[in-house]
Write a protein that binds this ligand. Sequence first.
Ligand SMILES: Cc1cc2nc3c(=O)[nH]c(=O)nc-3n(C[C@H](O)[C@H](O)[C@H](O)COP(=O)(O)O)c2cc1C
Length: 206
Amino acid sequence: MAEFSPASLGIAERAALLNALVAPRPVAFVSTVGADGRGNLAPFSFFMAAGYAPMAVAFSATNWRDGAPKDTLRNVEATGEFVVSVSTRAMAERLNQASYRYPYGEDEFDHAGFTRAPSVLVRPPRVAESPAALECRVLQVVRTGDGPAAGNVVVGEVLHVHVDASVMDGGVPDNRKIEHLVRLGGDWFASQGPATLFALRRPEAP
Ligand SMILES: Cc1cc2nc3c(=O)[nH]c(=O)nc-3n(C[C@H](O)[C@H](O)[C@H](O)COP(=O)(O)O)c2cc1C
């Protein structure tokens, strides 16, 4: 086995390890607005479902390597609101462009060519090109450190859910109809669709 001690690694080496090993990860496409109403849109693959009661999700915005917080974190802390749009293969190239470090206040909806669709309960719009979106209110921001590349885990309660009727089946979203975009290490992405799915029932006996 190759052995690594994070304390003796640089940030780039830690990122290369963690991103390749905690994989694949779904990609939250997070929209926010600042206190002044200017919008922002950015992808986050440090993303997970976090609870059912209340329905909750979490994503982590790591500080830039110069120590600055990401625009998404600034907005979330200013307004307490965000929207997660579900990412699909068809969105990949434009979503990747939205990860460029545009100056604060410049909206990646415009830079990357996505369409705003109004939310119901929060101010940030959802991404019209996405088949589903979760409108969220911040419950907590958990910091894993303070300096460059430290994580800021934003935990949010899901207040409202949008799902395109074309991906629904029997009242629930059908994974055979959503080609999820997932992120791995390096520059690797994958998409998750009907060809790679298999089903298992939960065990009913020890
Ligand atoms: C697919 C993908 C996934 C990403 N996941 C994360 C992530 O989980 N956390 C993070 O801090 N940055 C992540 N990034 C980088 C951010 O999207 C990038 O830093 C972006 O510029 C942040 O935007 P903001 O400053 O407008 O919030 C990811 C980028 C891509 C392309």
